[in-house]
Each structure stands twice: as structure tokens, then as C-alpha cells.
Design a protein. Sequence first.
Length: 153
Amino acid sequence: MDIVKQPLSAAPVFTGEFRHKIEGKNRITIPSAWRFEREVELFMIRKTQAKCISVMPLGELERIKSVANTKSPAERSAFLDFFGSNLRQVTLDKAGRISIPDDLCKRMKISGEVMLSGSVETFNIWNVADFESANPSAEDEVRRANILGGLGI
């Protein structure tokens, strides 16, 4: 029986939370479970709903572009102009390291250590203090329980 393997470009599932040190040139090592089988291009952008950087593989970028394609030509153009000018392309090397661009480090006050949090199809890079202040309140825990309960989890 032949076993069908995922293509080399298939993205891992990004789950869990990790604390990592920043090395020279704003480089961090991502968890081994989040790595690809080869060097790949990833895309970073500041999130609007949280004080973190969202990191996405090409597949997620393609999904966002397909949503943009459902907009009117003017809305699509405005979105892609904004999105493209704020997006940063980075390389995840074979050792599982990426460098955070200087402008994002400065804007997000990232230095020393970062928190990495999985978001299933993407992952987030946080300033440690911002991550800790975003920890769920009791109200957030109730909301989380309701969301997971609604999914049968």
C-alpha cells in the first residue's frame, strides 16, 4: 500500500505557547513542531486586534488574497495596497530560525525574549509583557468556554 505524503510546502499546524530568546540580528528559533521540511518564505504583519506580529505561510497569504478578490475593484486595490505595504517577507531557514525585521521589533518593543503563540494556521510573536497582559481574564475564560463548548470541545 502506498502512503501519500504531504507536499514539502505543506504548513504545520501552529499550536501551543513558547518563550524563546532573541539571538543576534533579531533572530528567533521556532519550535520544532512548527518547522517545514525545507527553507520557506513566511510573511509577517502587525495584528490589528492584538499587540503582536502575525506570521503566516504562503497558503494563508493566498487565502487572504482570495478574500480580497471578492471585493469591488476599488476595495480590493485599497486593501492590497495597505496589506502589501505592511507585510514583511522573511525566510525560515532549515534550522528553524527567522529574523524579525528591525522596524517590527521597534514598533512592537521586541527585544531579549519573545512569546510565540500558535493560532493553528498562523502563529504570533509577542513582546513578553504584552503577552502577559493579554492573558485571559475570568470574563475571557467564560467566553473561551462558550466558544469551545459550542464546538463540542
